[in-house]
Design a protein around this ligand. Structure first.
Ligand code: ADP
Length: 841
């Protein structure tokens, strides 16, 4: 037996382990439930078995008692029958008379309480004598009742029995019947036979009730109900008198036996009801059931409880897994230690960070392996601080060492570990590697430093002002130097430029001038350079403004102001010099034209002389009429006037004057220039054709300077033609003035001078505008360079090109443009001071 038990145990253990935890739980719950139910079934079957046993015993007992009663009653009946047969024989032998019979009957009945009466009936049914038993009182009043006896004419039980006894000549028991008092009785009739002759019968009548009362043994009656039933199973007498209504209750155990030796259809019945183990009435059974139900109920309760627990446990496991996954996934190292500083836990990130394994760290006391040897003292101090809870909440920076000996910077945060009872059990430390962050921070600060160094080192002032609040967000050193720390300088720089929006919003002003403007567009608007003069500094600034989104998202205006005072001064000086050059150039031109001018003046002067000489001789000869004299004088005056006009015009041309732009008509300029050039052209025998388009817009220009350019171009053309000694048909120049529109310049007026000369030589074309470059022996070479600077100062353009006939250059064309927009704008604003921003203009 000892060998298979461990084997079975092992087998069970293997099976148990192969089950899933959920099934194990189910089995663990169902096991007790099943055993309780089995226990209950066992109890029930035990009860059932015992009860069956008892019922069997009871059946046996009832049967025995019934048989006992049957024997008792049967014995009595046989004794009585025999005594009666003896008595009958005796009476027949002695031929007894009725007195004798009564005496014998009295003696007979005295000892037999079961009898009601004894009667002697002869063969013809006449009653010879009758004796009522003493103990039997058929009527309570004591009045004599008639016994029921055989009557020939009547068919009743005594008569039937009488006939049977007569015919059989042997004792016959009657069937039961009811006597006159209503009591159930039966009779025994013993025939009186004298030498085979039937002489009558002796009748004894038994009271069934008395029979039951006296001959059912007392112990039997105590145990069971004994009753006598007739053929219809009607209860005639019983040991227990039942009330009529109750008789219907069926007994559990019934045992029947015929009433021997009467055999007259009467039945002796024994009945038993009681079994000591009635399941339904058994308290013990119900207690067991109740306890089992209670146990089952509690088991079910436990099961539910366990289920709830396991659900909670499942949730807990999930939570734990979640936290573990979270903890493992994060790059933050975690380390727990108890109150003495013993490491109780480290997470994966911590191991990865330090390079030590879990086993190498857990359980260690300080100094920890990840402390750099040169910093043990400091780390001890930090740990003490940590253990005493005095670590700063912002964390502390420490230097840790990896297993391979390399060190890294880390930031450590410490929080207390609290157990479920609310007691502190240790400290939890989280550690982040900040080497990279520190490197980035250092880089950032270095780059910031570089940035500020550059900005601070700038000669230009840089200032950023928030548009809404009007507060300075950034200024550099130059700004501070010039304007100090407040926003006034910024406002001066911004406000000084024409057309700038007053951007500093009043705190109470809800109408933000920039509200609703998309920031993107504003920040992308280009930095239009403006020149601003700051009174207090006596400086000119080139100011570039730009809207940008500040680091906190606010709209801000950045101004970069460069000091251009020196540059402007230089420009002013250059302009002054240019002016001088222009005047000089005009003087030079006039010098060159001196012989032409002299020739030109010579004509009127000669005419005047001739007129004067003619008049003098005619006046001397007195041959002149007054009218002729007046006409001659008028002619003289006209010639003098013409000479004066030439001189006046030349004077105007060479007069030194401030260059001044003013609304001017192209036609007028052209006329003046052609008039001056005419002197030279006539001398050189060159014709000029002029075409000026109708309705040209007014231009904004200095007419003398434009005239100078035109004169220069015409003179060059004439010189080229003259020097080439061209034939007459090629000695002419064309001057055209037309409006034009080009994609790059927009609307312009174009002046062009075309000659039929030899053209510009290839080697000359590249150096055309070079100062002091000339191909002419007496040429100064400053004409064209001056022309171009004049045109460009008017925002125009100048170009030269050769005209070809095949490969042959057949002339050249000099053209310059003057923009029309300027004209339009100036006409609209009409204030010359605002026209150009340069102060020198
Ligand atoms: P200058 O007339 O004193 O030589 P410019 O600057 O007026 O100085 O001219 C420079 C040179 O350009 C001239 O020497 C000449 O060679 C060339 N040039 C100017 N105009 C013409 C022209 N219409 N045809 C040919 N060559 C020209």
């Amino acid at each position: 037996m000892s060998v298979p038990l461990p084997a079975a145990k092992r087998l069970f253990g293997r099976w148990w382990r192969s089950q899933s935890p959920a099934r194990q739980d189910r089995f663990a719950t169902l096991g007790p439930l099943l055993s309780v139910l089995l226990f209950l079934a066992a109890i029930i079957s035990a009860f059932w078995y015992l009860r069956n046993e008892e019922i069997e015993r009871e059946i046996e007992s009832v049967k025995r008692d019934t048989e006992l009663t049957q024997q008792q009653v049967g014995l009595r009946l046989i004794q009585n029958q025999e005594a009666l047969i003896r008595m009958a024989r005796d009476m027949v032998e002695r031929d007894a008379d009725p007195e004798e019979f009564v005496a014998q009957a009295v003696a007979f009945a005295r000892e037999r309480p079961e009898l009601t009466h004894l009667s002697w009936v002869d063969a013809r049914r006449r009653v010879r004598a009758s004796h009522w038993a003493m103990l039997y009182h058929p009527t309570p009043s004591g009045a004599q009742a008639e016994p029921l006896l055989p009557v020939e004419s009547r068919v009743n039980e005594p008569e039937t029995t009488f006939r049977a006894a007569r015919d059989s000549r042997s004792p016959v028991y009657s069937r039961s019947f009811v006597d006159t008092t209503g009591a159930p009785v039966f009779q025994l009739q013993v025939p009186l036979v004298q030498r085979n002759a039937f002489n009558g019968v002796l009748i004894v009548e038994y009271s069934i009730d008395a029979l039951v009362r006296h001959f059912v043994p007392a112990d039997v009656a105590q145990r069971h109900l004994m009753s006598v039933l007739d053929e219809q199973e009607k209860v005639l007498a019983a040991t227990v008198t039942t009330t009529p209504g109750q008789s219907s209750r069926r007994a559990l155990i019934v045992s029947d036996a015929p009433l021997t030796p009467a055999l007259n259809g009467l039945l002796l019945r024994g009945q038993g009801w009681r079994t000591s183990i009635g399941l339904v009435n058994n308290t013990l059974f119900w207690m067991v059931v109740a306890l089992s139900v209670l146990t089952v109920w509690m088991l079910l309760g436990t099961w539910r409880h366990v289920r709830r627990r396991s659900q909670i446990q499942g949730a807990l496991v999930q939570e734990t897994n979640f936290r573990r996954a979270m903890e493992n996934s994060m790059p933050t190292g975690m380390r727990a230690m108890d109150m003495e500083g013993r490491v109780t836990y480290v997470n994966a990130a911590f191991c990865q960070m330090t390079g030590f394994s879990n086993a190498e760290l857990v359980g260690r006391l300080p100094p920890y392996p990840y402390w750099p040897p040169d910093r043990i003292d400091e780390n001890h101090r930090l740990l003490q601080q940590e253990l005493q809870g005095r670590s700063p909440s912002g964390g502390i920076e420490v230097r840790l060492m990896r297993k391979d000996g390399s060190v890294f910077d880390a930031r450590m945060y410490i929080s207390p570990l609290i157990d479920p009872k609310g007691q502190q059990t240790g400290w939890m430390t989280s550690i982040t590697n900040i080497t990279e962050a520190k490197r980035i921070r250092d880089q950032l600060s270095a780059s910031h430093e570089r940035f500020t160094t550059v900005l601070e080192g700038l000669d230009a002032s840089v200032s950023v002002l928030s548009v809404q609040q009007g507060e300075l967000l950034f200024v550099n050193r130059s700004y501070r130097l010039w304007f100090g720390g407040d926003a006034v300088g910024h406002q001066q720089l911004a406000g000084g430029a024409a057309g700038t929006t007053p951007f500093v919003a009043d705190a109470e002003d809800d109408n933000d001038p920039l509200s609703g403007l998309p920031t993107q567009e504003l920040t992308e608007t280009g930095a239009n350079p403006r020149e601003v003069f700051v009174e207090s500094l006596q400086k000119w600034f080139d100011v570039r403004a730009r809207y940008l989104q500040w680091t906190d998202g606010r709209l801000a205006q950045m101004l970069i102001a460069t000091d251009i005072t020196a540059r402007l001064r230089a420009e002013e000086q250059a302009a002054a010099q240019a002016e001088k050059a222009q005047v000089t150039s005009r003087l030079v031109t006039m010098g060159e034209m001196a012989s032409s001018v002299a020739h030109e003046l010579n004509q009127p002067l000669t005419a005047i002389t001739n007129y004067c000489n003619g008049m003098v001789s005619r006046v001397k000869a007195e041959s002149i009429a007054q009218d002729d004299l007046i006409a001659a004088l008028q002619k003289t005056a006209r010639q003098a006037e013409r000479a004066g006009q030439i001189i006046h015009r030349i004077r105007n041309f060479v007069k030194r004057s401030e260059p001044q732009r003013q609304p001017a008509e192209a036609r007028q300029i052209v006329e003046d220039a052609v008039e001056l050039a005419g002197i030279e052209l006539r001398r050189r025998n060159v014709a000029i054709h002029t075409y000026v388009a109708q309705r040209l817009p007014i231009i904004m220009a200095d007419p003398i300077l434009i005239e100078q350019v035109l004169l220069n171009l015409l003179k060059n053309a004439a010189e080229a033609i003259d020097s080439a000694q061209l034939p007459t048909q090629r000695r002419h120049i064309e001057l055209r003035v037309v409006p034009r529109h080009t994609p790059e310049e927009g609307g312009v007026i174009e002046f062009s001078v075309t000659d039929m000369g030899p053209g510009i030589k290839d080697e000359v074309i590249g150096r055309l505008y070079e100062a002091f470059f000339s191909t002419k022996a007496e040429g100064l070479g400053i004409g064209l360079s001056l022309c171009r600077s004049i045109i460009e100062s008017h925002r125009g353009r100048m170009r030269a090109q050769n005209l070809y006939n095949g490969q042959q250059a057949v002339g050249c064309r000099f053209a310059f443009t003057l923009p029309v927009e300027t004209t339009v704008r100036i006409d609209a604003t009409a204030t010359p001071a605002e026209g150009e921003t340069t102060p020198s203009a």
